[in-house]
Design a protein around this ligand. Structure first.
Ligand SMILES: Cc1cc2nc3c(=O)[nH]c(=O)nc-3n(C[C@H](O)[C@H](O)[C@H](O)COP(=O)(O)OP(=O)(O)OC[C@H]3O[C@@H](n4cnc5c(N)ncnc54)[C@H](O)[C@@H]3O)c2cc1C
Length: 407
């Protein structure tokens, strides 16, 4: 009987295991993960106003793994891969051989250079991280956050909603510099300031230091900030060590082709850990850290492990929740030269990003709750269709995007 092994029991690995069964695979499946918890969703870890650490939101109950004959090995780290004989070694020395291997090893939070994350200096990637830091997000506590990316900003919102004092320091001139247009970043910044976050951009950090009762942050120019808790939210690095040591090609992640195959036949990679060529954007190699990408690639990897030969075609999509605002981005805006604004109800708006030929490359929107969701969904379909929509129609909220799709 064929044996497929999946390394990494996160969003992507777990979904891939179930997807293999949904597609009719009857062989053995072993899903291996370092964390002690069954696979869970990471997005809730940084969001929401509840007064305690979020309960893990499991992707599936443990019975479902049993029902589907998926062998779930938790608290188990894969320490080596031998691509020549397609075998893996576990931390306890055990080896497993397999017919096909999927690497879904995800990413790890970057720490502040030279400073470990423990005590009063924390990062956020796992449920254990969330448990450690959420206790401090409460009234009377002073929280410092380094990094104005999604996780830093979501945590700033969560901490403010729980009554903590928050200072957020970003080294670049504005928040959300990567992949988010300035107008949206301005709306986010304004809201955080209205909510009382002391948001400082363009500030260089000289050092951070943990003391028994405080974390101390020294900024260039002499400012010294002291906080009860310092959260470092400066991005994540793909977990590539296993693949690299096994000699697999690495290029800002485990390099895969449009079918998620690594440089070694029979070994696939998917989710946050891999970089892949995106035909929709001229074959440009990207690595996405997004929940939906992890799910879509899980399904695609499962299909291709079963020999389907399907290529990546999904439009990148990401969302973030801060206070009652939701931000959504579809597509990649980097090569855009024009940004057309469509105003929706209640202060919500969408920006459509077009290239020099007028092709729609991306759409990004922000508004309360679900206000931008429908138009972003339609924009996604226009992006996938490589549409060149009429600019006046894009700007006019009275014109339904659906009609542009039909055109
Ligand atoms: C706090 C937080 C909030 C987020 N919010 C959003 C959001 O709002 N919107 C959005 O689109 N995305 C969001 N994301 C991103 C999204 O959660 C990720 O893109 C998604 O989890 C990626 O899934 P993955 O399976 O590729 O990796 P992961 O979920 O990181 O899972 C990888 C797993 O592999 C395990 N592993 C690694 N190496 C080994 C090994 N050698 N042996 C065994 N196991 C191993 C890891 O321990 C981990 O459990 C958020 C992420 C975080 C951390």
């Amino acid at each position: 009987m064929a044996h497929f092994v999946i390394v990494g029991a996160g969003e992507c690995g777990a979904r891939a295991a179930f997807s293999l069964r949904e597609k009719g695979f009857e062989g053995e499946i072993t899903l291996i993960g370092t964390e002690p918890l069954a696979p869970y969703e990471r997005p809730p870890l940084s969001k929401g106003g509840a007064n305690e650490a979020p309960e893990p939101k499991f992707i599936a109950a443990l019975e479902r793994y049993r029902e589907q004959s998926i062998e779930l090995k938790l608290d188990t780290t894969v320490t080596a891969i031998d691509p020549a004989v397609r075998a893996i070694r576990l931390a306890d020395g055990q080896t497993l051989s397999c017919d096909k291997l999927l690497l879904a090893t995800g990413a790890s939070a970057r720490g502040f250079p030279g400073v470990g994350a423990s005590g009063r200096i924390r990062v956020l990637r796992t449920h254990a991280d969330a448990t450690a830091l959420h206790a401090a997000l409460r009234a009377g506590q002073r929280i410092a956050i380094i990094g104005g990316g999604f996780i830093g900003l979501e945590l700033a919102a969560t901490a403010r909603m729980r009554g903590a004092d928050v200072i957020l320091i970003e080294g670049l001139p504005r928040v959300l510099k990567r992949g988010v247009p300035e107008e949206i970043a301005e709306a986010v910044t304004l809201r955080h300031r209205q909510e009382g976050v002391d948001l400082r951009c363009g500030r260089t950090i000289e050092s951070v230091e943990e003391r028994a009762d405080k974390a101390i942050i020294r900024l260039a120019g002499g400012d010294v900030i002291s906080a009860d808790l310092l959260i470092v939210g400066i991005g994540a690095l793909p977990n590539v060590a296993l693949a690299a040591e096994a000699g697999l090609a690495i290029d800002n992640g485990i390099a895969v082709n449009e079918r998620l195959e690594t440089s070694v036949s029979g070994i696939y990679a998917a989710g946050d850990c891999c970089s892949f060529p995106l035909a929709l954007y001229g074959g440009r190699r990207v690595r996405l850290e997004s929940w939906r990408n992890a799910q879509e690639q899980a399904n695609l990897a499962a299909a291709n492990m079963l020999g389907e030969g399907t290529e990546i075609s999904a439009v990148p999509w990401f969302w973030s929740d801060q206070y009652d605002l939701t931000l959504q981005i579809a597509g990649l805006a980097d090569d855009a030269v024009t940004h057309i604004r469509r105003d929706l109800d209640d202060g919500a708006f969408i920006l459509f990003h077009l290239d020099t030929d007028g092709r729609l490359l991306a759409a990004s929107g922000i508004g309360r709750g679900n206000t931008v969701a429908r138009d972003i969904r339609l924009a996604e379909m226009l992006i996938a269709a490589r549409a060149h929509p009429d600019r006046t129609a894009l700007a006019a909220s009275s014109v339904k995007l659906k009609s542009l799709l039909a055109a």
